[in-house]
Design a protein. Structure first.
Length: 255
C-alpha cells in the first residue's frame, strides 16, 4: 500500500508540474546511469528547440512499474531490454516504437587507489579480494546493474561465497554513493558510471559473456505527442550518440 501511495504522489506531482508549464514538454523516464549523459543531450537539444525535456531518473525497474501504473512518461530509456519487453507485453509500448541505442560494460571498482588492477577477473578469488569488506551493487532481483552483477558472479562461481557481503542498492548511482562514502570497499557498476569519478579506481572489467548484454533501449511511450516523437528521433541521431560516447557509453551496431 505504501508503494502505491508513493507512486500516486509521484504521478500527481508530475501532472501538476506539467499543468503549470506554458510550453510543450516531454517527460523522459531514464535509467539512473544515463543521468549525466542525458542531461548533456538535453542541453544540446534545448539550444535549438523550445520544447522542455523533463527527465525523471531512477532504476529501470521502478520506472517501468510507474509507467505500468499510469505515470505519464512520453519516452522510456531503460538500462535493459526485459523491462521494455514487459511493457510491450502489457500493451503499453508498441514494439515498433523501441530501438536499442546504447551499450555498456560492467566493471569492478574500489575507493582504494593503492590496490592493483586485476588482469583477469575469471581467476580472481573474490572472498580473498574482499576479505572483511562489503561490495555494493544494484538490487539483484530487479535493478539491471544488479542483475548483471549477480549473473557475472554466478558465472565465475563467486556468488555463493560473497553474497553475505553484498549491499544492494535501489539503483546503480546509489551503489556508487555507498562506495564514495566509504560504507563499502568495492562496487560493481557500469563503466560509464565509473568514468565520472576519478577518485574511484577500476580494478577490472567483466567479460561480456559472463552476463546478459547490457543494452539500453529507447522507447516511445506516447506516440501521439509530436514533441515526444521529435526527441525520440533525436536520441538516435549520430551527433546525439557521440555525446553518450563522451560519457563512456558504447553505441549499438545498428546506429
Amino acid at each position: 500500500m505504501l508503494k502505491l501511495i508513493k507512486l500516486f504522489f509521484f504521478a500527481t506531482l508530475i501532472v501538476s508540474n506539467l499543468a503549470l508549464a506554458d510550453k510543450a514538454q516531454v517527460l523522459v523516464f531514464a535509467a539512473a546511469s544515463t543521468k549525466n549523459a542525458l542531461d548533456a543531450v538535453i542541453r544540446e537539444y534545448n539550444i535549438h528547440k523550445k520544447t522542455q525535456i523533463l527527465p525523471v531518473y531512477g532504476s529501470s525497474a521502478t520506472l517501468a512499474k510507474q509507467i505500468e501504473l499510469g505515470a505519464p512518461a512520453d519516452i522510456f530509456l531503460s538500462a535493459n531490454v526485459p523491462w521494455v519487453d514487459h511493457l510491450v507485453n502489457k500493451g503499453i509500448i508498441e514494439a515498433t516504437n523501441t530501438r536499442n541505442i546504447l551499450k555498456n560494460r560492467l566493471v569492478l571498482i574500489t575507493n582504494d587507489q593503492t590496490r592493483s588492477k586485476i588482469d583477469d577477473l575469471k581467476s580472481t578469488d573474490f572472498s580473498k579480494l574482499l576479505q572483511d569488506e562489503k561490495i555494493a551493487m544494484g538490487m539483484v532481483s530487479s535493478v539491471p546493474a544488479g542483475i548483471y552483477s549477480k549473473q557475472a558472479l554466478v558465472h565465475l562461481n563467486q556468488w555463493n561465497a560473497i553474497s553475505p557481503q553484498v549491499v544492494q542498492a535501489d539503483n546503480v548511482r546509489t551503489a556508487l554513493q555507498y562506495l564514495l562514502s566509504k560504507n563499502v570497499g568495492f562496487a560493481m557498476v557500469y563503466a560509464s558510471d565509473a568514468k565520472l569519478f576519478p577518485e574511484l579506481k577500476i580494478l577490472g572489467m567483466f567479460e561480456d559473456f559472463t552476463h546478459d548484454p547490457i543494452i539500453y533501449p529507447a522507447s516511445l511511450v506516447n506516440s501521439e505527442s509530436r514533441e515526444a516523437n521529435l526527441f525520440f528521433e533525436y536520441l538516435a541521431e549520430s551527433k546525439t550518440l557521440k555525446v553518450f560516447e563522451k560519457y563512456g557509453f558504447l553505441i549499438t551496431s545498428g546506429n
